[in-house]
Design a protein around this ligand. Structure first.
Ligand code: ADE
Length: 226
């Protein structure tokens, strides 16, 4: 899998891909991630990438030319399964979307800023518009990092058994059950007996009941989907 991210703030994406699980996935060759600075594609002599909105109003709009040239350039040498625009008016990211996007292929992710990108870019190039929640970020970079993380951790070989994605919250429309580690007693607080019993059937049953209970209490909407 290959992910190309187009941004005017490439340094914002340095951190997430240079540590822990994402870095390991890249180092193992399971995913390639390329960050492209949209500004370097600007034909303006001051490397401008935005301008006032036609019709007036507060806020700048990202111009077509630098982004279109960057996309066209990348499309010359790669095929993309999706060209994704991170935007608060997109479809809200969920585990099902992450699962589907992790199945392979190449993704391009465009990060917006200010009032967003010129609508004509959306019409011509964008195949999927994704929001990470009903709030507005300063730009799409953090959202692109969230999306990439949710996808990359699902690529076979990225997680080992200890970090397996199969038992994550949402994988079966249930929240994950509570977890405990050593010591078995801390300051008078004990770990549930069943987890120390060694009876794996009982442990699995307990975990399922706890997951169901937690989901009923905190996210009953997930159960309605079942
Ligand atoms: N850009 C700004 N806010 C965003 C959000 N909530 N989701 C995705 N991209 C964004």
């Amino acid at each position: 899998m290959r992910i190309d991210i187009l941004t005017i703030l490439p340094r914002l994406l340095d951190g997430p891909f240079n540590d822990s699980i994402l870095k390991r996935a890249i180092d193992k060759g399971l995913v390639e991630v390329f960050i492209h600075d949209i500004r370097t594609y600007s034909k303006n002599k001051h490397k401008k990438v935005d301008d006032y909105a036609f019709g007036g109003g507060a806020g700048m709009v990202m111009q077509i030319q630098p982004i279109a040239d960057c996309i066209d350039f990348l499309k010359q040498s790669n095929d993309y399964d999706e060209i994704i625009y991170m935007t608060p008016d997109g479809k809200q990211l969920n585990q099902r979307m992450a699962n589907q996007l992790s199945l392979g292929g190449n993704l391009m992710i465009i990060c917006g800023h200010y009032k967003g990108i010129d609508e004509r870019l959306r019409e011509k190039y964008i195949t999927k518009e994704i929001s990470i929640g009903d709030y507005v970020l300063s730009g799409g970079e953090l959202a692109a990092a969230v999306l990439s993380d949710s996808i990359i951790r699902l690529i076979p070989g990225v997680l080992n058994d200890e970090t397996s994605a199969l038992t994550d919250s949402f994988q079966d429309d249930l929240l994950a059950p509570p977890v405990y580690t050593r010591p078995a007693e801390y300051d008078g607080m004990k770990v549930p007996e069943v987890l120390l019993s060694g009876n794996f059937k009982k442990i699995e049953e307990w975990r399922y009941e706890q997951a169901l209970e937690r989901t009923k209490k905190r996210r009953p909407d997930l159960l309605e989907k079942k």
